[in-house]
Design a protein around this ligand. Structure first.
Ligand code: ZN
Length: 197
């Protein structure tokens, strides 16, 4: 019953994670009701995403390649914080307690959802550790089964490598996402990180 343009927008919104038919309809109607100038701003913000790059060193989204963090010579280039997603990198960076570099793995191992190690950037991480003689990897993953599975997997991958591997301290409650962990808890989990034996 909706006009084509509105129906088209609803269909596109439906492709987003966590958006069901009712929410898609509500959002589409909300967007369509805004002044034309606001709609234009929205279009521009989507359009500029086409220019967005992915850093070839850390897989972070960036305006430049390498990204500004990887280019920053003041950072400790021998220590890498490994995160699942770009959003996790953002929260750790916001604590201002980490001065090393990052690596975005592209997710966590989750066989039930079809995410096997081959789907993540593990080979690229191994190459990076060897090529740049990285001394420490801090595994900063969500505190859940997927996070544990990924830690165990990486521990095995690097068992014969000289790189030190540590994980966040247990300050983060089981089942919680890094993204929603407050800065103080996250800073302390980072500072009191535990070395994996
Ligand atoms: Zn980078």
């Amino acid at each position: 019953m909706y006009p084509f343009s509105l129906k088209n927008l609803i269909d596109n919104l439906l492709t987003l994670p966590g958006i069901g038919p009712k929410t898609a309809e509500r959002l589409a109607i909300h967007i369509a009701s805004r002044p034309k100038l606001k709609i234009e701003e929205f279009i521009q913000s989507l359009n500029s995403l086409k220019e967005l790059k992915v850093c070839s060193l850390c897989n972070n989204f960036s305006e430049d390649n390498p990204c500004s963090i990887c280019q920053n010579q003041k950072r400790n280039r021998k220590i890498i914080c490994v995160v699942a997603e770009t959003s996790d990198l953002e929260v750790i960076e916001a604590t201002q307690r980490f001065n090393g570099l990052y690596f975005v793995l592209g997710g966590l191992i989750d066989p039930l959802s079809g995410i096997n190690p081959e789907k993540l950037f593990i080979k690229e991480l191994v190459n990076r550790v060897q090529k740049d003689a990285i001394q420490e990897l801090i595994l900063a993953f969500d505190s859940n089964i997927q996070g544990e599975a990924t830690i165990n997997y990486l521990k095995n991958v690097f068992q014969n490598s000289p790189v030190k591997i540590s994980r966040l301290a247990r300050g983060i409650p089981m089942g919680s996402d890094i993204e929603y962990t407050d800065e103080i808890t996250l800073s302390s989990a980072l500072e009191n990180r535990k070395r994996l034996e």
